[in-house]
Ligand binder design. Structure first.
Ligand SMILES: CC(C)(COP(=O)(O)OP(=O)(O)OC[C@H]1O[C@@H](n2cnc3c(N)ncnc32)[C@H](O)[C@@H]1OP(=O)(O)O)[C@@H](O)C(=O)NCCC(=O)NCCS
Length: 179
């Protein structure tokens, strides 16, 4: 029998596991534990489905409990799908948010035909500002490996600086002057 609970005091590994086991993990940052932890901690309405000690499904939402609820994630383990768990998670989210709150979501491609099935209607005036792409590790192209032959310093020549140790003329900050 499936048992339902409300609350976000959950084991992060179990949550990540259900994202992975449902396939939703392919579209969520499950490799970034800090981000997943923040997603869980800052959601103010989370309902989970339990098959004994196994987390079988999760609905993660943000609600003002009056006007609108955003259902940010709905995931049911593939082994537990098509048993009415997703439908019940949504029903409980709606119930907890109260009868005045509309329920909004962004459908994953695989679930596009699921939501009409549950009475959701498509909203042609929905708009979104997409999150910016993650910053690149560096703007510079990777450096080619430098191969140098070590030569003994010739007599009378000025000393050679080792790589990285040469003081920059253009942006010396030690004196605070850039002139
Ligand atoms: C989408 C998902 C949450 C549905 O959960 P579920 O527990 O399998 O769904 P339910 O058993 O509650 O299904 C309810 C009804 O929808 C139907 N249904 C289930 N999945 C469907 C799908 N992908 N497309 C269309 N209808 C679907 C069921 O047959 C059932 O019909 P019925 O009420 O006539 O019997 C689940 O498949 C899942 O986790 N998918 C991967 C992650 C994902 O895409 N999440 C959505 C992110 S927006």
């Amino acid at each position: 029998m499936i048992e339902y609970r409300e609350g976000n005091d959950l084991d992060l590994d179990a949550v990540i596991d259900v994202y992975r086991a449902s396939t939703l993990g392919e579209r969520r940052p499950i490799e970034d534990r800090h981000r997943m932890a923040a997603m869980l901690a800052n959601a103010n309405l989370v309902v989970t489905a339990w098959d004994g000690a196994l987390l079988a499904g999760i609905a993660r939402a943000l609600t003002d409990a009056s006007w609108v609820t955003y259902l940010s994630d709905l995931a049911v383990r593939q082994s537990h799908q098509r048993r009415g768990i997703g439908k019940e998670l949504i029903r409980r989210i709606q119930q907890a948010a109260g009868p005045q709150a509309a329920l909004l979501l962004l459908a994953a491609p695989a679930a596009e035909s699921y939501y009409p099935h549950l009475g959701f209607t498509h909203h042609p005036q929905a708009w979104m500002l997409r999150r910016p792409p993650p910053p690149l590790p560096s703007n510079r192209p990777p450096e080619a490996p430098v191969r140098r032959r070590r030569r003994p310093p010739a007599r009378g020549r000025p000393p050679t600086w080792s790589r990285g140790a040469r003081p920059s003329r253009r942006c010396s900050t030690s004196s605070g002057s850039t002139r």
